[in-house]
Design a protein. Sequence first.
Length: 114
Amino acid sequence: MNTNGSQLIDFKEILSKKMQFYESKPVTTTKGEIISNLNVAKDAVIENIETLMERNNKIDIMVQKSENLIDFSNKISAITDEIKKREYERKNRYVIVVISLFIVILILIYIFAF
């Protein structure tokens, strides 16, 4: 079973072999390959920026729709408050009419009773 120390030694050996391998090989990359790789990277960056801009546009649209929903909700809330107020007033009118009729009846009974 390998311990941490022996694993470290094994890794050092592997790393030194890889370093020798890559140091011994000359760089064979040409100017055209570098430019081609840069163009690929540039295209990827441009595509990512376009994607981010589309997301930003979608977020802006969602924010606008949210603001519209908030405005609509506030209008509905104001309308429902007005309806509640009218219903309360209508209910109170009926109560006032009934109480007034009751008082008028009591007055008429009092007048005709004596």
